[in-house]
Design a protein around this ligand. Structure first.
Ligand SMILES: NC(=O)c1ccc[n+]([C@@H]2O[C@H](COP(=O)([O-])OP(=O)(O)OC[C@H]3O[C@@H](n4cnc5c(N)ncnc54)[C@H](OP(=O)(O)O)[C@@H]3O)[C@@H](O)[C@H]2O)c1
Length: 305
């Protein structure tokens, strides 16, 4: 029997890449989605309904399941952070997972492995050149506090999973979706300006590598928290330089003042304006090999699409 992997939010950016990879490796994937009617399943991929806000789920999703991967969550960069949206960002990650845990406990369901997404927002919305590792303390802002609670809830999945792993993920670079198309759009128009000081670090990871990392976790007896970022983060100014060079644009124009971005987007501007360098030695020491360790190679691939 091929192993069965349940993925919440499997319809999103990382989920789709992971599902494609798992299917190529002969896994069977069951996706928990709020909108199963939008998708047509195949032998390898099927869709099941859930609604954490009403505490409803199609419990058949767990029949014979080996592992659960939790990727669901309202997009952090999609909207202004009103109090309502902040509650949705938190609830869709934390309350949804607590609901799954409770459902599994009440129904005597257990899996061998739980893998939870987390984010490098854990380290706080700050900029300095001090490299962070997994054991460093969290920040104190909204995103950092959210991430701490998200990871604590993931750890509580030990009640229903033999092994629990957490991937503290950096900015996922994909040619068509997520942050990358937005980041390079101004460059396509010839606007090669770093955002803010340009000294903030961009802890990026190529979409293929984050999908491969989830697969690696499923294939190896690893638990604990791992930074999921490439081994070579760059400053935002360096990102613009490398991207402009690849796109044949002159670099660099004067920076876009951070205060302007903060005025336009509010507190979520910190996602683009702040960043510390993050180390991913722990996952590499565990044997994971990046396909795209350097930004130059990643951009060559992403810009050729
Ligand atoms: N992409 C990145 O750069 C990045 C970086 C760091 C961390 N992460 C984390 O990794 C996880 C996956 O990221 P992603 O980029 O693949 O996310 P995504 O593309 O935004 O997709 C996440 C999925 O979550 C589900 N979802 C959205 N709103 C929801 C809600 N209110 N309640 C329940 N489910 C909801 C959706 O599935 P349905 O519509 O099918 O229900 C959606 O497809 C997220 O937790 C994200 O925060 C991502």
């Amino acid at each position: 029997m091929n192993p069965v992997i349940v993925i919440t939010g499997g319809t999103g950016l990382i989920g789709r890449a992971l599902t494609g990879l798992l299917v190529r490796k002969q896994y069977r994937v069951r996706i928990l989605t709020r909108f199963p009617e939008r998708y047509s399943g195949t032998d390898a991929v099927s869709y099941y309904a859930w609604d954490w806000t009403r505490r409803r789920i199609d419990g058949r999703v767990f029949e014979g399941a080996t592992a659960l991967v939790h990727l669901a969550g309202a997009n952090i960069g999609a909207q202004r952070w009103t109090e309502d949206y902040k509650a949705l960002i938190a609830g869709s990650r934390i309350l949804s997972l607590a609901f799954l845990r409770d459902f599994m406990m009440q129904n005597g369901v257990a899996v061998k492995h739980f893998i939870g997404a987390s984010a490098i927002g854990y380290y706080g919305c700050v900029t300095d050149d001090c490299q962070r590792i997994e054991t460093d303390p969290p920040g104190t802002d909204f995103l950092a506090r959210l991430t701490v609670r998200w990871e604590e809830t993931s750890q509580s999945m030990q009640a229903v999973a033999r092994r629990v792993s957490i991937l503290r993920t950096g900015v996922v670079l994909d040619a068509r979706q997520g942050a990358f198309p937005r980041m390079i759009r101004p460059l396509r128009w010839g606007l090669t300006s770093p955002l803010g000081s340009g000294r903030q670090w961009l802890d990026w990871i190529h979409i293929d590598d984050i999908a491969r990392m989830y697969l690696f976790m499923l294939q190896h007896p690893l638990d604990g928290t791992f930074n999921a970022v490439s081994p070579h983060p760059v400053t935002y100014r360096r990102f613009v330089q490398i991207a402009a060079e690849r796109m044949g644009r002159p670099c660099c124009m004067p920076p876009v003042p951070g205060v302007l971005l903060r005025w336009l987007t509010g507190p979520s501007a910190c996602l683009a304006l702040e960043g510390v360098p993050i180390e991913s030695k722990k996952i590499r020491n565990a044997g994971f090999v990046f396909r795209y360790p350097q930004l130059e190679g990643a951009l060559k691939d992403l810009l050729s699409v």
